[in-house]
Design a binder for this molecule. Structure first.
Ligand SMILES: Cc1cc2nc3c(=O)[nH]c(=O)nc-3n(C[C@H](O)[C@H](O)[C@H](O)COP(=O)(O)OP(=O)(O)OC[C@H]3O[C@@H](n4cnc5c(N)ncnc54)[C@H](O)[C@@H]3O)c2cc1C
Length: 414
């Protein structure tokens, strides 16, 4: 368990300050902590009880094989899988017709033969237990960053309040993993747009249908986009993403209208849906946001995850790309701390940003009516291989990061 007594001191001097103990900040803190760097992790929320379980219908994230491979290199995949649901492949339908069928096991160079449906909370809990095992990582809960000053030597100084105490954290690097409304990004003065996504997103969970194969099924059509996928280890989630007008006609009426719409898209589940979707209270609506920033790093402040590029849930790439960023940027920061050029951080952004922005545009086009102006139906769907293995240009960097995460710890301990 990391020593928290440092929090009572006036100044903490550290190699890396990670702000935000979500999945992305925790992965970065773990990767750098295991390399032996002094890491201070600041989280605004109170420390969760060890047996805490989130109430209500949990958000489910689909984690793709390329990302699972990184978690495997950290030694976490087996445990993560215990509370997750296996997704063996996917089917894509256009206008009710099966257009493509994919299996992860049959995809060339796929590092894990399936995707997983996880509760983000389970991943956070797992990463946190690893992080708090490291004596060189200090976690400060209920910590709010109030000021950030860049020094002439490239170091960063944060003024942090935890409860009644105000303390100073001096860090060689600051990783802002504090989500889409990032305080650190604002304190660093990085120009940013946080835009609410248009259209509508809603999801509803039903029990796993009998004889279900667990494959994800994506349906594109006049209704917009409907995804059938697993909810962690039990349950089927139906996610409906569409433009505001199409959704409005359904959500203003009784829940039977939703049942009719879902059943029309997925006739084979009509009876199952009618039996299990009986009340609007079962249906969750989510407002997604897009984050676009002028830069992902400034001085020695580096944005990772939603703070750099929050996105819509369409295509399930928010957590995937963010965990990949955390691994790749942790490696770049490790190099910079060892005295190599910090150029890896900027060159990562140069390769990553065009992909992210194109993906965000695809997400926008799937919530518009007509859905994809001047585009064929096929262009509305992200490529299965790109989701499974990551964007082609980033794959060599992810492969390097995977080796970095798995590196012999004794060799690197400082
Ligand atoms: C309904 C839904 C479905 C999704 N489905 C998928 C999917 O299938 N696949 C996928 O890849 N992605 C999916 N996503 C996106 C994914 O959940 C996010 O991209 C991911 O959680 C981002 O992680 P993060 O660590 O960057 O940010 P967050 O999870 O937001 O974590 C940020 C952390 O920083 C803390 N914090 C905030 N401000 C401060 C501060 N000032 N100081 C200290 N700490 C602070 C917060 O308390 C939090 O712990 C989905 C999202 C939603 C809403």
């Amino acid at each position: 368990m990391a020593d928290q007594s440092a929090a009572t001191g006036r100044t903490i001097t550290t190699d890396v300050c990670v702000v935000g103990a979500g999945p992305v900040g925790l992965l970065a803190a773990l990767a750098l902590g295991r390399q032996g760097w002094q890491v201070t992790l600041l989280e605004r929320r109170p420390q969760p009880a060890p047996d805490a379980n989130p109430k209500g219908p949990a958000v489910v994230n689909i984690v793709q094989p390329v990302t699972l491979h990184l978690l495997d290199r950290l030694g976490l995949l087996e445990q993560l899988s215990e509370r997750a649901g296996v997704i063996p492949g996917a089917e894509i339908y256009f206008g009710g017709h099966l257009a493509a069928q994919y299996s992860y096991a049959e995809l060339a160079d796929c590092p894990v033969p399936h995707a997983l449906s996880i509760r983000p909370f389970d991943l956070v809990r797992l990463l946190l237990s690893e992080v708090t095992d490291l004596p060189n990582v200090t976690v400060l809960w209920e910590a709010d960053t109030e000021a950030l000053v860049s020094g002439p030597d490239g170091g960063e100084t944060l003024t942090v309040r935890t409860g009644e105490e105000s303390l100073t954290v001096r860090a060689r690097f600051v990783l802002a993993a504090d989500g889409r409304e990032s305080t650190v990004r604002e304190l660093a003065g990085i120009p940013t747009e946080v835009m609410p996504a248009g259209g509508s997103y809603l999801d509803v969970v039903v029990p796993s249908p009998p004889d279900w194969d667990g494959a994800a099924r994506a349906h594109f059509g006049a209704h917009g986009y409907l995804l059938e996928t697993r909810r962690a280890e039990e349950g089927l989630v139906l996610v409906w993403i569409t433009d505001a007008d199409t959704a409005g006609k359904v959500v203003e009426g009784p829940v039977e209208g939703l049942v009719e719409m879902l059943s029309g898209v997925v006739p084979r589940l009509a009876d199952w849906i009618a039996e299990h979707v009986t009340d609007w209270a079962q249906v969750r609506r989510v407002q997604h946001h897009f984050v676009r920033t002028k830069t992902w790093s400034q001085g020695n402040v580096v944005l990772i995850g939603d703070s750099a590029h929050g996105m819509h849930a369409f295509g399930g790439q928010g957590l995937n790309t963010s965990l990949q960023d955390a691994a790749c940027l942790a490696e770049a920061v490790d190099s910079a701390l060892r005295g190599d050029a910090a150029a890896g951080i900027e060159s990562y952004e140069a390769v990553r940003r065009p992909f992210i922005e194109a993906f965000q545009s695809l997400q926008v086009s799937n919530t518009q009516q007509p859905p994809a102006p001047a585009a064929g139906e096929e262009e509305r769907a992200p490529e299965f291989e790109v989701l499974a293995l990551g964007q082609p240009r980033i794959r060599p960097l992810i492969a390097d990061a995977a080796r970095f995460l798995a590196a012999d710890l004794d060799q690197h301990r400082r």
